[in-house]
Design a binder for this molecule. Sequence first.
Ligand code: FAD
Ligand SMILES: O=C(O)[C@@H]1CCCC=N1
Length: 393
Amino acid sequence: MAAAGEPHSSFYDTIVVGAGIQGSFTAYHLAKRGRDTLLLEQFPLPHSRGSSHGQSRIIRHAYAQEHYTQMMAESYGLWEQLEAEAGALLYRQTGLLVLAANTNPEFQRFCQTLAQHHIPSELFTAESLRGRFPGIRPYCGEAGVSDRTAGVLYADRALRAVQDGFRRCGGALRDSEQVTDIQPGVVVTVTTSGGAYQAKSLVITAGPWANKLLAPLGLQLPLQTLRINVCYWKEKVPGAYGVSAHFPCFLAICDPHHIYGLPSNEYPGLVKICYHSGSPADPEERDRPPEAPSLPDIQVLQDFVSKYLPGLVPEPAVVEHCMYTNTPDEDFVLDRHPKFSNIVIGAGFSGHGFKLAPVVGKLLCQLSVGEEPSYTMEPFGIRRFPALPPAAL
Ligand SMILES: Cc1cc2nc3c(=O)[nH]c(=O)nc-3n(C[C@H](O)[C@H](O)[C@H](O)COP(=O)(O)OP(=O)(O)OC[C@H]3O[C@@H](n4cnc5c(N)ncnc54)[C@H](O)[C@@H]3O)c2cc1C
Ligand SMILES: O=C(O)[C@@H]1CCCC=N1
């Protein structure tokens, strides 16, 4: 990194656009391998306009799709490594409870992946759930399966830790610099609001702005950007649903969208419970009220809280906002640009990418240095979207 007053280099091995959790981890892995790396961020850091801000995220092995459970084994290790390097606590184990009718096929897939991967877990009937978690009322006789390894990641702290780690490895992080133009080629030229830079390869991890950057490169991915209401609910007895009372994270498999929650911790007396969907929104106008009537997500949550969590006041006490960028199948996009092989794209993290960022960053790093990725990339390829115009491919 250039010292204060020294001119900045303008030629890098790799430039990463977007310093959310995915771009920051990609840059961290690149710098760790000795690649001269520039990480560009449009806003002053830290900021709350994308998807990686806030204090907490769920981390879990439990997934209905095996490819994520497989990746989580390595991800846990990399989070631990970052914790050690940063000398900061980034993860608190709380366990996770998945709730559903025990005949639900998705619930059964969760049970299968947990068993196949030997993740410490336990099955609960409605009755045993009541005994173990008195704060939860299985209103429709739901069953449960736990993932004891799950917990909460301290998101803001984690983002800072990975960016600090990147800098310690010699990486250059320039915030308040919006990328305004990308010229592909053997050497890629990136113009920002503050200058122009060149690199042998480029990684685009721009969150809800991905398609804006990809349009001039002839590519539009089927991404939907959603505004998410992040709701916090007051405990009737402070601490009853808290980490110290061993209340777990939970994921209720509901139709059409799941509901998930985290124990009270970051805001004393408040439990975070969210709907796993939101209203379509442009990230530039996230908080503008939608023209069409928005999803009645808060109503759905109120109904859920009053039925299933009798110790909470069934009205949100605090509502914050965040963005999801969803693909149609909610699998990530981790691939090279179909025409420009030295441009790599990480996008569409569909509201579940934080916990996997250490492995996502490694895979994007591997793609950008031309290495064989460590996992099958089939679920993440751009070519899985049949509706893409053939010209883009
Ligand atoms: C409410 C909520 C709850 C969630 N809960 C969980 C959870 O419990 N567990 C979990 O694993 N995941 C969870 N997620 C998902 C996870 O947080 C996201 O998948 C992840 O943060 C996506 O990171 P990103 O780096 O792709 O995007 P972002 O964080 O949005 O980063 C993209 C960055 O690119 C920058 N950028 C864009 N365009 C430009 C440009 N032209 N020039 C320079 N910079 C640019 C942006 O400013 C931004 O900083 C949740 C998400 C939300 C919103
Ligand atoms: O990724 C997670 O764990 C959370 C909870 C389930 C839905 C999305 N995000």
